[in-house]
Design a protein around this ligand. Structure first.
Ligand SMILES: [Zn+2]
Ligand SMILES: [Zn+2]
Length: 119
């Protein structure tokens, strides 16, 4: 269960598409998250298919963590700051480096049962 932007949540019963009020929603996608909480977007199959097409294109931006400019970035939270921390947009090499660091830290923690977010 991830609560990063772009993650999919369960659709409330009888929910309709945000764009097409006469269609049943099949997906509930988390949008940008700010200090007031997350924004959820309800989508019918057509809107969801379109969204998936869109999201396949990487976001191009400056990496928030390193000096990389105009690079493909993904939303990411700092492991240290936890799930309530801010969302950063970081490049793949920062993600790889962060994953390696987390894997190392979790190595000795036998009691840790990951929820999939950090793999
Ligand atoms: Zn729709
Ligand atoms: Zn980076």
């Amino acid at each position: 269960m991830s609560n990063l932007p772009g993650s999919r949540h369960s659709v409330p019963k009888n929910a309709k598409c945000d764009i097409h009020a006469d269609r049943n929603a099949v997906a509930n996608i988390q949008g940008e998250t700010d200090s007031f909480g997350a924004e959820y977007i309800l989508m019918c199959q057509e809107c969801y298919d379109e969204y998936k097409q869109e999201s396949r294109k990487p976001d191009i931006s400056d990496c928030n963590w390193c000096e990389a400019k105009q690079i493909a970035v993904k939303p990411r939270r700092d492991y240290e700051e936890g799930m309530s921390g801010p969302v950063y947009y970081v490049c793949q090499s920062c993600i790889d480096r962060d994953n390696a660091r987390i894997a190392e830290e979790l190595n000795d923690r036998d009691s840790y049962h990951g929820d999939g977010n950090w793999h």
